[in-house]
Design a protein around this ligand. Structure first.
Ligand code: ADP
Ligand code: ZN
Length: 526
């Protein structure tokens, strides 16, 4: 059979998507392969199709039991002999599966990375012909990636122990340069065929808003988008409950998903959403892995997520069908605090030493910072996202809230000078809140306790509202006039550029022009 015939026979598709063919050909010609494609691009077929055409067995390493189950079920339904080996199996089931594996009953076998170096698995592996080891979610091998999993480091050890080196292929949706290099280096890919497909999703409109009342903003949005399917992501279970209650209380067709619900209820709610019995899904980030619903018209982030990887993955669940869809992020300063709290509480993953755990935490803080900058940038949001993922493009997409907003440049030099001056003259380093409160002349007790009411810049920006001071301070951070440390309690520090402003340099900042409220025209009824 040709690869096209396999595609048609087992998967029912007529043609490969851009990129898939290159990767499939790479593997079939015996080359190692690295595929970097956004979620939904169709990575699975890239290894499943060669797996069916190669003589031996393909092992797929995957981090999540639920993903393995879904994939194997789908393959079995397509008439392909596949199985998984992970901790969800009883000892008896595991032994049976291993026996079947050795007898050559499977073509594709999903394995949890923890299993690879166990005696029983190594022995089984020595009895069979392994044509390919395919690493799904390959970013898990990198300490630079989110979801670093130390057990992924077992993969290269495992490959090394095989008598014949199989083709090694790796796939991920995380494309930052560090991660890409880590994957190739740690897995020991040999001159891999590497393919990065476009991360841009042109049909998605991105916007960031800072509503004073998120609930009201959410309700308003939903009311303006009747009969459309959407996902609302919240940071905590508690917020999911609140938003869900508010929606259901007002008669919207909504359901919810988070780790606090029983398996049964989660499954039911998920199906209600997938099969269009409920229009709106309110969920934590626990929702969405492996879900393929094409007609999601909007994804609202009720809270800012912890990093750009999560954001783009979650927002990217909108508009899988290619039709215009919206990704709205509601930012508030509290979101940063909540995320910081999560990072502080992060526990070392199994097998991770203290040093590594601290490093991972530090990188999480860096990523949170970049996520926060996304909420404050005045440039094209799409350009910001693509640059984050290592792609370069235009700085104007015409389809994001920044490209669609008229900005006016305002001179904020005076306020900037006061903020920087305050940081410089403080006796020690403080966080953003305290500095903002100081120049604003607030009378809170912590400020007085540390003597910041005596600071020469105390009250110098009395007139500016706090939110505005925060905006300007964020602008200073984005532009590198101040630096926010990655510590547990991040503090502000001067940079080389700070003096420029103190010495009378001008700083312009783009601010959204107040637009006269347009009266929305009602669509005529069809
Ligand atoms: P990823 O792993 O990259 O997130 P999947 O492998 O889950 O993406 O594929 C996403 C969806 O695209 C699936 O429903 C899959 O069946 C579909 N798909 C993949 N390749 C093709 C193709 N060549 N033609 C049509 N649909 C495809
Ligand atoms: Zn844009």
């Amino acid at each position: 059979m040709t690869k096209e015939e396999v595609l048609k026979k087992y998967f029912g598709y007529d043609s490969f998507r851009a990129g898939q063919e290159i990767l499939v050909n790479g593997i079939l010609s015996g080359r190692d392969t690295l595929g970097i494609m956004p979620t939904g691009a169709g990575k699975s077929l890239c290894y499943q199709i060669p797996a069916l055409l190669m003589p031996g067995i393909t092992l797929v390493i995957s981090p999540l039991i639920s993903l393995m189950k879904d994939q194997v079920t789908a393959l079995n339904q397509a008439g392909i002999h596949a199985a998984y080996l992970n901790s969800s199996l009883t000892q008896g089931q595991y032994q049976t599966a291993l026996r079947n594996l050795i007898q050559g009953r499977y073509k594709i076998v999903y394995v949890a990375p923890e299993r690879l170096l166990t005696e029983s698995f190594l022995w089984a592996a020595s009895q069979i012909e392994i044509s390919m080891v395919s690493v799904d979610e390959a970013h898990c091998i990198s300490q630079w990636g989110q979801d670093f999993r130390p057990s992924y480091l077992k993969i290269p050890d495992f490959v090394e122990q095989l008598q014949v080196r199989p083709v090694v292929s790796a796939f991920t949706a995380t494309a930052t340069a560090e991660v890409r290099e880590d994957i190739a280096a740690i897995l020991g890919l040999q001159d891999p065929v590497t393919l990065v497909t476009g991360f841009d999703r042109k049909n998605l409109r991105f916007s960031v808003k800072q509503p004073a009342d998120k609930m009201a903003a959410t309700l308003a949005y939903i009311m303006e988008h009747p009969d459309e399917c959407g996902i609302i992501y919240c940071l905590t279970r508690k917020t999911v409950e609140e938003v869900h209650n508010a929606l259901v209380g007002r008669g919207f067709s909504a359901t919810r998903y988070h780790a606090g619900l029983s398996d049964e209820e989660r499954r039911e709610n998920q199906e209600d959403f997938i099969f269009d019995r409920k229009e709106i899904m309110v969920a934590t980030n626990a929702f969405g892995m492996g879900i393929d619903k094409s007609n999601v018209r909007y994804v609202i982030h009720y809270n800012m997520p912890k990093n750009m990887e999560s954001y783009y993955q979650e927002a990217g669940r909108a508009g899988r069908d290619g039709l215009p869809s919206e990704c709205v992020l509601f930012y508030s300063g509290q979101d940063v605090v909540t995320n910081q709290f999560f990072i502080d509480r992060m526990e070392a993953a199994e097998g991770m030493d203290e040093e590594t755990a601290a490093l991972v935490q530090e990188r999480e803080r860096e990523r949170l910072k970049k996520m926060t900058f996304y909420c404050f940038t005045n440039e094209c949001l799409r350009a910001y996202i693509l640059r984050y993922f290592g792609e370069y493009g235009d700085n104007y997409c015409g389809n994001c809230s920044n490209c669609l907003t008229q900005f006016e440049e305002k001179d904020v030099s005076e306020t900037a000078k006061n903020l920087i001056g305050c940081v410089k003259t403080a006796r020690r380093s403080y966080g953003m809140t305290l500095i903002v409160d100081t120049v604003h002349g607030s009378k809170n007790s912590r400020l007085i306790q540390v003597g910041m009411d005596q600071n020469p810049y105390y009250g110098t920006c009395e007139e500016e509202p706090i939110y505005r001071l925060r905006q300007i301070l964020n602008h200073l951070l984005v532009e590198g006039y101040l630096f926010l440390t990655d510590d547990k309690y991040p503090v502000l520090e001067l940079t080389e550029k700070s003096e420029e402003i103190l010495n009378g340099g001008t700083l312009l900042m783009k601010t959204a022009k107040e637009q006269p409220k347009k009266i929305k025209e009602k669509k005529p009824k069809k």
